[in-house]
Ligand binder design. Structure first.
Ligand code: AGP
Length: 584
């Protein structure tokens, strides 16, 4: 949700910042811009569209200090004028977040005769810093932040003053020193190979970067120290590794995500069991794909631990008046650990006395600071906006938590990596993809755990291909959606539970008899032979029914990917989306 990066040091700033923006582009790709100071003057370039459009303009930017931004538009159209950086007087800023009281601040500024070029909320920040500037940018930034309501990570530079000033509230900021200068960024992967260690700033922190290093300050501008963390990001994490897209690379890393998550759980299992002792009710919360993993996990907690379990979209949960008792365990699931709705839902639950566990792929994220315990998803950095291997990792972590809570044997999960790998190596889903891209609508059907996969399949397909699609509980089809079925619609049914196979087959028959196009994705050989010749069938390796969601997920992810490619979409950067949704 907007990526920001700053650099000050010995190198030319423009190409350094440009390289960082390319790595941050998954956070937003509506526009991009860079401002560079040569010590006396600050020059900037900014353009609507992808980061690479800036490449030909970098020579206009000379100097060793600069800031850059890649935008996911919230206020104002994604055009050149609204692109960051924004400037007022000698001050130039980039901002990630939302300023909730910007309209009021803008009215005040206009009354004072100050002027604005853009429709963004961010421009008021530059305007305020400029108003409060008395020869030092950091105190002016602090004074400006005192007027802001909302979320922000701000980088600010001033013409004639060395250094980059930073402010953070609810939007991530990571700072590190490299061999040739000092860096600040929205995310750790942008600093892969540049900084061996990084410091994660906390809400309310300010920082000032020079070529020699950085200092962190609290809200009163007193110096504070923050721990340095090893930067685990490697340059290959942010490289396609020979695959045409990050999405495909990351799907093929799913077996590893499952394996590494199982290993990582070994390190927290005891703590988890102690923390979750006495749990009488589980609430699972997340957004998007994380929410879908919660839907599958509900079955895990109910079946393995026999505890009542509810699933909430985090954005709804944070605005209800939830019933929380001392035995309520809230599990907040988030790949990024930054999603505003999930972070706020977790904070609400914690504030009301619930035990809160973060299940996340981002070990130093905001969510982990709120939770009483973090259970890691060890999927490795995920760059593609569409979540794939992190979904697999979430399912593995939640499976293990439910087993540990119930005291059951988790060994069936050990087969997951090899089954996913076999599915990826052997399946041919091209005919189903072809069917989907030539349809006027796609319905994913499934029961129980397969219903969660159906919803995830639908989210993934719509996200990367823009095909109109829905996920339905297979039994619900006949209660309404069947009216939509005709020769231009496709139903893709997922069947992995032998006990429910017959019931799901009924749904497939209903679609066939209404003339719809039909595909079946199954782990069951008998289902495959029942529909051979009458439907496109994808047969996956047979596996335990609770492990099957990890295997069927890989199939529907590849299906979505193939559809996107057939339609000429870029699956890594779906239109209108960004990977980390740090605003409401
Ligand atoms: C998944 O493909 C989507 N990009 C999106 O739904 C995502 O899962 C959601 O925004 C939640 O993100 P999080 O896991 O980082 O909290």
């Amino acid at each position: 949700m907007c990526g920001i990066i700053g650099y000050i040091g010995k190198k030319a700033a423009a190409p350094t910042i440009y390289g960082g923006l390319l790595r941050l582009e998954y956070r937003g790709y509506d526009s991009a811009g860079i401002a560079v100071s040569d010590g006396r003057k600050v020059r900037q370039v900014k353009l609507a569209g992808r980061v690479n459009l800036l490449e030909g303009r970098l020579s206009a930017l000379c100097g060793n200090a600069g800031i850059g931004h890649t935008r996911w538009a919230t206020h104002g159209a994604p055009d050149d004028v609204n692109a960051h950086p924004h400037r007022a007087g000698k001050i130039t800023i980039v901002h990630n977040g939302i300023i909730e009281n910007y309209a009021e601040l803008k009215r005040e500024a206009l009354a004072l005769g100050e002027t604005f070029l853009s429709e963004t909320d961010s421009e008021v920040i530059a305007c305020l810093i400029n108003r409060y500037y008395r020869g030092k940018i950091l105190p002016a930034l602090k004074e400006a932040c005192g007027r802001l309501r909302g979320s922000y990570a701000i980088l600010a530079i001033c013409e004639g003053e060395d250094g980059i000033a930073v402010a953070k509230n609810k939007s991530p900021v990571v700072i590190g020193c490299g061999a040739d200068g000092t860096y600040v960024s929205s995310d750790i992967p942008a600093l892969a190979g540049l900084c061996g260690e990084v410091c994660i700033a906390e809400d309310g922190d300010y920082a000032f970067l020079t070529a020699e290093g950085f200092e962190i300050y609290d809200g009163a501008l007193n110096r504070v120290s923050r721990p340095m963390q090893k930067n685990r990001a490697l340059p290959e994490d942010v490289d396609k590794g020979g695959y045409p897209h990050f999405m495909l690379k990351e799907i093929y890393r799913s077996p590893r995500a499952a394996e590494d998550t199982v290993r990582a759980f070994g390190g927290v299992k005891q703590k988890f069991c102690k923390y979750a002792e006495g749990t009488g009710r589980v609430i699972l919360a997340g957004c998007g794909t994380a929410y879908n993993s919660c839907l599958a996990a509900r079955r895990y907690f109910e079946s393995f631990a026999r505890v009542p379990c509810e699933v909430e979209t985090a954005g709804e949960y944070r605005y209800k008046n939830p019933v929380i008792t001392p035995s309520t365990l809230v599990i907040a699931v988030s790949q990024s650990g930054e999603t505003a709705d999930t972070v706020e839902a977790a904070a609400l639950a914690r504030g009301r006395g619930a035990k809160v566990i973060a299940v996340t792929n981002a070990p130093f994220s905001a969510l982990t600071r709120i939770a009483g315990l973090t259970v890691p998803v060890a999927a490795g950095f995920e760059v593609c906006v569409a979540a794939t291997k992190s979904y697999t990792g979430q399912l593995a972590a939640l499976y293990l938590m439910a087993k540990a809570l119930g005291g059951g044997d988790p060994s069936p999960l050990e087969e997951a990596p090899s089954k996913i790998k076999a599915a990826l190596d052997d399946m041919d889903i091209c005919a189903v993809a072809d069917m989907c891209v030539h349809s006027r609508g796609v319905y994913f059907l499934g029961r129980d755990l397969d219903y969660a996969t159906a919803l995830e399949a639908s989210l993934k397909l719509k996200e990367v291909s823009y095909i109109q699609c829905e996920g339905y509980a297979a039994g619900e089809l006949k209660h309404g959606a069947l009216a939509l079925i005709d020769g231009e619609k496709t139903a893709v049914t997922i069947i992995s539970d032998p006990a429910l196979a017959g019931k799901c087959e009924n749904a497939v028959e209903q679609v066939i008899s209404r003339g719809g196009k039909v595909a079946v994705i199954t782990t069951l050989a008998q289902v495959a032979s029942a529909f051979g010749g009458r439907a496109e069938v994808v047969l996956l390796p047979q596996c335990d029914k609770y492990v099957a969601p990890l295997v069927t997920a890989a199939a529907v992810q590849v299906l979505a990917y193939r559809c996107a490619v057939l339609l000429g979409r870029n699956p890594d950067m779906p239109r209108n989306l960004a990977k980390s949704v740090t605003v409401e």
